[in-house]
Ligand binder design. Structure first.
Ligand code: ZN
Length: 187
């Protein structure tokens, strides 16, 4: 690690409890490298990949592919196949200077100045619009995810039948499938 630049804040990267790395706003997502791209780095993305950049997304959700990742909020392991929520943060080790910070869904509600919670409170369309990978989840997983994030806020909503929480909607066209597979394929 001799090449670590002097301005890298290692205390932040260590993920001290209560001191999460700062949320990087306005990032794009590159499906080819599966990395977040900060706004000033977009010009460094190869031309061919630039067209495929996913913009206007804020967060990321997926099933943990292994049990190896740790929640940066509580420091506990994230169980394999459980849903985890991530946000981009500045990190030199990332392809474009950003890396995703993963958390348990339930732990994420207080992160990013409450932006994650706000997104969930705003409902289904906001989740689809702002969270990469949300549309790739099954309806069951989507319900489970919403409950994990919103549960502590409003315990009563757990009793709501899923049909109410999940209005039927036509699936969007194939573009979302393209990025679903790109996002979901393990490297
Ligand atoms: Zn946690």
């Amino acid at each position: 690690m001799d090449s670590v630049p002097g301005d890298l804040d290692l205390s932040q990267l260590a993920g001290k409890s209560g001191c999460l790395p700062q949320y990087l706003k306005n990032c794009a997502y590159d499906v080819h490298t599966r990395s977040w791209v900060p706004p000033h780095m977009i010009r460094h993305v190869p031309k061919t990949s630039q067209k495929a950049l996913i913009k206007h997304k804020c967060f990321q959700v997926e099933q943990a592919r292994s049990g190896a990742s740790t929640c940066k909020r509580c420091g506990e392991k994230i169980a394999k196949l459980s849903l985890r929520i991530g946000y981009p943060a500045k990190d030199q080790r990332g392809e474009y200077g950003a890396l995703v910070i993963w958390m348990h869904a339930a732990c994420s509600r207080t992160c990013c100045d409450g932006l994650i919670l706000e997104t969930f409170q705003a409902g289904e369309s906001s989740l689809k619009k702002k969270i990469i990978g949300y549309e790739c989840l099954s309806e069951e997983e989507q319900t489970q995810l919403r409950e994990s994030v919103l549960r502590a806020q409003d315990a009563v909503s757990m009793d709501a039948p899923p049909a109410l929480a999940t209005p039927r909607q036509l699936s969007p066209p194939s573009t979302s499938n393209t990025y679903c597979s790109a996002v979901a394929v393990p490297s």
